[in-house]
Design a protein around this ligand. Structure first.
Ligand code: GLA
Length: 711
């Protein structure tokens, strides 16, 4: 059994296939975390409370740290009671096991604050989900100042290293690795959304590699302000505290009301980073993504944004649609500019009626045309925003997030609707209903292009204004939930100026995400590499565009870069030559041949683009019979005689595999070897030297897609 309570030791043991997680009651009736790591052979092998390293008079290792008593770990819970008391004293009440779920009940009896700690085990992927529910069982209000989802502890050591993802607009998901020293390291967002600056993912390792060593990792399912603190003292275990950011946050919990935190998901791999990310990917596919579409293949889409920007018209979209259909695109998406007076980014946001000058026949004529070409139809919306120059803002200036008597700062010329308000939520539901009921739409790209600045909500009493940060996100989720249930045929893509709102929270409602507005096929590789640590390839949309210059990158390179996840095309097809169309058609066909393995398979990073002369990613299906390698050169580190020895991963040692290239019937054999040989001696990829001697030109951007087949 996965969850065991040892009565004698008052110890809860949670086990997945390879991981053990244990906490126990100490003599004073406090819950102490005693272990997180490799699963041990016997229950009695796990440590006891007495085995903890306690170095001082303060307490450490609390399973749910609070501001109160002698705790010295960053608190998960800070409250103020009606009489000014800020000391939280939680005592254990009892527990409940329901299948793979454990609930621990705690109580601050004097003030009637009940706390439930939830644990859900995902055995197959060595993952545990944790969240917390607070309930006010008193007759007075309780002011919550901080409520995190979990505190965790990992082994302290000289070698301990933190891995996280950082970036900015156009440069998201850059992986950082750094030594953890004493003090606190804070990963967070304070801009009202997940943000491109940091992503709510962390991993802690002790010099692990892709294939070896212990990796402890976690992700938070929250699309608003979040925080993950890593706190180290000289001798104790390292504490990790994660949840909603307490910055500018308070919440008044009324009598008999509850507050539920987002899930914090954490896991453990003893086989390095590769296994850690594979487990996260497959956990996301099986447990997080909307299950009706989680295992359906993502369609190859064309998005006309980069071709026509705001100048969309029925005519120019029809021309692009025809061209997209020619190369095998399955879903045609019109982006910004189809509504209101939206001729640039200065006006029209909020006015969600079809622009009659651009679409005199409404959207119907275009949609029918797209469908007659055999493609699905998709549309862009940015429901959370309003331009000051819009009918909506003129009618409802009070609907935006603002402080009275203070400026309303714009970003990208837009203000943010206050989604925490019920009338605003209803407005969004109503216009989305109208759009989706009146038009035969199969796909929605939901964008969100700014940060929260002046976070006021003047219509509510001042002590409730800070609730805006969480109520906004709850309502956002409610809307997505409503739309998904009502329109099950629609696929939803989440975008926030690229990858500014990618997290497990929004992924419970979105089928895929727009990774970055940066579509330079080389620059993107580092973004995609970082993304792969935390999120599944299937949800990672990558478009083939003209970024970086059509002459710089061969069209094949651009396609191969975008094939690492779900493929899209955003290039201006009006500028394509006949040859470009031919290449594009062939590449789309190639992608369709490999996509099941890319989207549903197991991903192995064969190199790091940040460190190597090339970036290569391998994908393998579940039964290890078929695979794909996508190889792209990094010319920043090239050698003239470029030969790369690529060692494959995850194959069955004794089986024989054929490595070959080709689309359709075409088959150019590269090598046929045993799985063991492909892992040990590898294959050689040769690129520029031959080209150089015959033409005196080096192909800076060289790429290949190889197929793997067990014979
Ligand atoms: C954002 C998105 C782009 C595009 C534009 C439209 O920048 O990230 O993909 O949709 O908005 O205005």
């Amino acid at each position: 059994m996965a969850i065991v309570f040892e009565e004698k030791k008052k110890k809860w043991i949670l086990e997945t296939i390879n991981m053990g997680y244990v906490f126990a009651l100490d003599k004073e009736g406090k819950l102490k975390n005693v272990y997180w790591g490799s699963k041990l052979p016997r229950f009695e092998d796990y440590p006891e409370v007495d085995d903890l390293v306690v170095m001082d008079r303060y307490t450490w290792d609390d399973e749910f740290s609070v501001r109160g008593e002698k705790n010295n770990v960053e608190p998960c819970l800070k409250v103020e009671y009606y009489d000014g008391v800020r000391d939280v004293v939680l005592n254990y009440v009892d527990f409940e096991i329901k299948g793979n779920q454990l609930i621990i009940k705690l109580l601050d009896e004097q003030y009637g604050l009940s706390v439930k700690l939830f644990y859900r085990l995902i055995e197959k992927y060595d993952i545990i989900e944790r969240w917390v529910e607070l309930e006010n069982s008193s007759d007075k209000e309780i002011k919550i100042e901080d409520i995190k989802s979990a505190s965790l502890y990992v082994e302290n050591s000289e070698k301990v290293r933190l891995n996280y993802l950082t970036g900015m607009w156009g440069s998201e998901f850059h992986l950082r690795k750094e030594k953890i020293n004493e003090g606190s390291k804070v990963l967070e967002s304070r801009v009202g959304k997940t943000s491109a600056y940091m992503n709510p993912y962390f991993a802690i390792d002790y010099d692990a590699t892709e294939d070896n060593g212990k990796v402890y990792f976690g992700e938070l399912a929250w699309s608003g302000n979040w925080k993950i603190s890593i706190q180290k003292r000289i001798y104790e275990r390292i504490a990790i505290i994660a949840g909603i950011n307490e910055w500018d946050f308070t919440y008044i919990l009324e009598p008999s009301k509850k507050f539920m935190t987002p899930k914090f998901v954490f896991g453990f791999s003893e086989e390095g980073f590769s296994k850690a990310s594979q487990n996260l990917h497959h956990y996301q596919l099986d447990y997080i993504l909307p299950q009706d579409k989680a295992h359906k293949l993502r369609k190859v889409l064309y998005n006309s944004w980069e071709a026509t920007t705001f100048n969309v018209t029925e005519e120019n979209q029809k021309i692009l649609a025809e061209k997209a259909a020619k190369i095998g695109v399955e879903l045609f998406v019109i982006d910004d500019g189809w509504f209101g007076q939206r001729n640039d980014d200065r006006a029209g946001l909020g006015d969600w009626y079809v622009n009659k000058e651009k679409f005199p026949n409404g959207l119907k004529s275009l949609i029918d045309y797209v469908k007659s070409l055999g493609m699905d139809f998709g549309i862009w919306v940015e429901p959370e925003m309003v331009n000051p120059d819009s009918d909506l803002y003129r009618k409802h200036p009070d609907w935006v997030i603002n402080f009275q008597n203070r400026p309303r700062s714009v970003e990208r010329n837009q203000l943010m609707l206050n989604l925490a308000r019920e009338d605003v939520k209803q407005f969004i539901i109503d216009f989305m209903d109208k759009l989706l009921l009146e038009n035969n739409i199969d796909f929605v790209k939901w964008d969100m292009n700014r940060h929260v600045f002046e976070s006021g909500w003047p219509e509510v009493e001042s002590e409730r204004q800070r609730e805006i940060w969480v109520k906004y996100v709850w309502n956002l989720y409610d809307i997505w939930k409503y739309l998904r249930e009502k329109y099950p045929h629609v696929t939803f893509e989440n975008c926030s100026s690229g990858g500014g709102r990618v997290d497990l929270g929004i992924m419970q409602y979105a089928d895929q995400v727009w990774t970055s507005d940066n579509t330079d096929p080389f620059d993107r590789l580092e973004i995609q590499e970082g993304f792969s640590y935390a999120y599944a390839p299937k949800i990672m949309m990558g478009w083939v565009t003209d970024w970086g210059g059509k002459d710089t990158y061969p069209l094949e390179y651009r396609f191969h870069s975008s094939m690492m996840g779900s493929l899209g095309i955003g290039a201006d097809l009006n500028k394509f030559s006949e040859k470009d169309f031919e290449i594009a058609k062939k590449q789309v066909q190639l992608y369709k041949e490999i996509r099941e393995i890319v989207q549903e398979g197991y991903q192995y990073r064969l190199s790091s683009v940040a460190k190597e002369r090339y970036f290569a990613v391998q994908y393998l299906n579940e039964d290890k019979s078929e695979g794909v390698i996508i190889y792209l050169r990094n010319p920043r580190r090239f050698g003239l005689f470029d030969r790369v020895n690529l060692k494959l991963k995850g194959l069955e040692e004794k089986s024989i595999y054929k490595i070959y290239e080709g689309v359709g019937e075409e088959e150019i054999e590269v090598k046929t070897l045993s799985g063991k040989a492909l892992e040990e001696r590898g294959i050689i990829i040769e690129d520029s030297s031959k080209e150089f001697f015959s033409t005196n030109k080096i192909k800076h951007f060289y790429s290949r897609v190889l197929k793997i087949n067990k014979i």
